[in-house]
Design a protein around this ligand. Sequence first.
Ligand SMILES: NC(=O)c1ccc[n+]([C@@H]2O[C@H](COP(=O)([O-])OP(=O)(O)OC[C@H]3O[C@@H](n4cnc5c(N)ncnc54)[C@H](OP(=O)(O)O)[C@@H]3O)[C@@H](O)[C@H]2O)c1
Length: 212
Amino acid sequence: MKIFIAGATGRVAKCVIENLTADGHTVYCCSRHAGDLTETERIKPVNFDLHFNKNEMAEIIKDTDAVYFLAGSRGKDLLQTDAFGAVKLMQACEQVGIRRFIILSSIFALEPEKWAEEKSLQNITNYNIAKFFADNYLVTNTDLDYTIIQPSVLKEEEGTGMIEVDPDHDGSNPIPDVARVLSSVLTMENTFKKVIKMRSGDTPIAAALSNI
Ligand SMILES: NC(=O)c1ccc[n+]([C@@H]2O[C@H](COP(=O)([O-])OP(=O)(O)OC[C@H]3O[C@@H](n4cnc5c(N)ncnc54)[C@H](OP(=O)(O)O)[C@@H]3O)[C@@H](O)[C@H]2O)c1
């Protein structure tokens, strides 16, 4: 497949791109710093800014089969990047008929009642409002075949390949495990129109995903 990735220079995206290219896909790696990326047979760097308007995005993504939103502003531009940037990309997909949309969100982003309860979420309400805005739009305002991945705290650790899906509380997960979940769900129809919360656990990723 031809796959578009917004946020391609990010920590999670780098692992996702490795997985997708290893699976034989061609990845359009989109970033404001596309010049920093090396073009290969399967990696195509593309200049892209989530501040672009919907029509500009549509023109860039129109020849791809699936879109990943793996970008984020680290709290610096929540409204235009994490919230509206994601929504414009969803609208651009609908405009050009791309149905598959996978978004990297954050645990409990669609459950505001948890934001005060979970210690790790208490100081990131603005971030969660932006993620809620994007996730909620995807679920309620689009007809896309979406999958929303909501991981716990990202850790720069070696992956274990073992996760827990739909935990009651926050936790953490190595970045390679989150990336493996993101790349695995691409063609798994049982994950379409699903929100998947995750943290490290004791179920192999493939088994955990096939049970969704
Ligand atoms: N940190 C955590 O513990 C945690 C937990 C759960 C979920 N998450 C989510 O996971 C996401 C990814 O994390 P990460 O660590 O991989 O991110 P990261 O390393 O900070 O990378 C963020 C990416 O977003 C891109 N970006 C930022 N602003 C942009 C814009 N205006 N237009 C286009 N691209 C833009 C950057 O690309 P360029 O600068 O190259 O354009 C970069 O590739 C986070 O954003 C967050 O929503 C994080």
